[in-house]
Design a protein around this ligand. Structure first.
Ligand SMILES: Cc1cc2nc3c(=O)[nH]c(=O)nc-3n(C[C@H](O)[C@H](O)[C@H](O)COP(=O)(O)O)c2cc1C
Length: 302
């Protein structure tokens, strides 16, 4: 039987599938359900220093099959109210990663340290939501570096940095995050995008601009992972357009050690087990004993 357990820094995952931030992660019970249904780790909705309402509806639209546009505006109950949800999620027995955001380095480190106290196994810094103010952070090496350094001073748990694909060169931001003390990189957040309703002649989303997720994102994510892998030593978590085990394999061959599932949650929680089984079968068919043997092998020549 092929071994599909993976390590990300000091996090041990029974399999490489993770729930991505934001899709269902605002409730502890849903995070727990993802863990019980086979996710190897779960990431919470991005949580900020204060409660936040988010944007008006419509904030989500399907633009083509399995491809969505969203501009939620980071709605969340604020860090103080989220600690209890985190405790519920911890009952799942897999790593619980708290996605955090703020407006300044000290806000990021404030939220991250409260999450650590509440029991988070790691924090994922959302410096990349393309339709909110944090997008600007993820486009600047200096700001990403400053935030990671500040959080590093305050927390001992591993730090994941979720990268913004809406940049000229994602590699320079990835390298800066690693230099500043990140333990793991998550690639990628959604791509800044827009749709217009031809009957009302207006943008579909209330916020006008949103982030593209789902199937259309996969080739962009795979390209980003492939480019980053050649320039960093820390592990990469791939996210973008994974609906099937073969999509997860594509991310892994490009250089991802684990993968997150976001939009595909529209099809149900069974996706974690389906992807894990598919990966196992693929490894066995190809004669591999351990998933680590195939991480990044698309880079090998010949
Ligand atoms: C409705 C929705 C809400 C999201 N909220 C967050 C969020 O709070 N924090 C974050 O880092 N990413 C958020 N994302 C981005 C996803 O975590 C993921 O990076 C992206 O959707 C690409 O993966 P996918 O194609 O599997 O959905 C959100 C995505 C969607 C569709």
């Amino acid at each position: 039987m092929a071994n599909i357990s993976v390590s990300l820094s000091n996090l041990k995952l029974p399999n490489p599938t993770m729930l991505a931030s934001g899709i269902i992660g605002v409730s502890g019970k849903l995070l727990l359900r993802a863990a019980n249904e086979g996710a190897g780790a779960v990431v919470t909705k991005s949580i900020g220093p204060e409660p936040r309402k988010g944007y008006e509806n419509p904030c989500l639209a399907e633009v083509s099959k399995n491809t969505y546009l969203n501009a939620m505006g980071l709605p969340n109950p604020g860090v103080k109210f989220f600690a209890e949800e985190l405790r519920i999620a911890k009952r799942g027995g897999v790593p619980v990663i708290a996605s955090v955001f703020g407006g300044t380095p000290s806000e990021f480190s404030y939220v991250a340290s409260l999450m650590e106290k509440a029991g988070a196994d790691a924090v994922e810094l959302n410096v990349s939501c393309p339709h909110s103010e944090v997008a600007i952070i993820g486009q600047s090496c200096e700001l990403v570096g400053a935030i990671v350094k500040e959080v590093r001073k305050k927390v001992k748990i591993p730090i994941l940095v979720k990268l913004n694909p809406n940049v000229t060169d994602i590699v320079e931001i990835a390298v800066e995050a690693e230099k500043a003390g990140a333990d793991i990189l998550t690639a990628i957040n959604t791509v800044r995008a827009m749709a217009i309703d031809i009957n009302t002649c207006k943008p579909v989303l209330a916020n006008r601009v949103g982030g593209l997720s789902g199937e259309a994102l996969r080739p962009i994510a795979v390209r980003c992972i492939y480019e980053i892998y050649e320039h960093v030593k820390i592990p990469i978590v791939g996210v973008g357009g994974i609906f099937h085990w073969s999509h997860a394999i594509e991310h892994i061959l490009a250089g991802a050690t684990a993968v997150q599932i976001g939009t595909a949650m529209v099809n149900g929680f069974q996706i974690f087990r389906e992807i894990s089984h598919g990966i196992k079968r693929y490894l066995e068919k190809k004669g591999y004993q351990n998933i680590n043997e195939i991480v990044g092998i698309a880079h090998k020549e010949g």
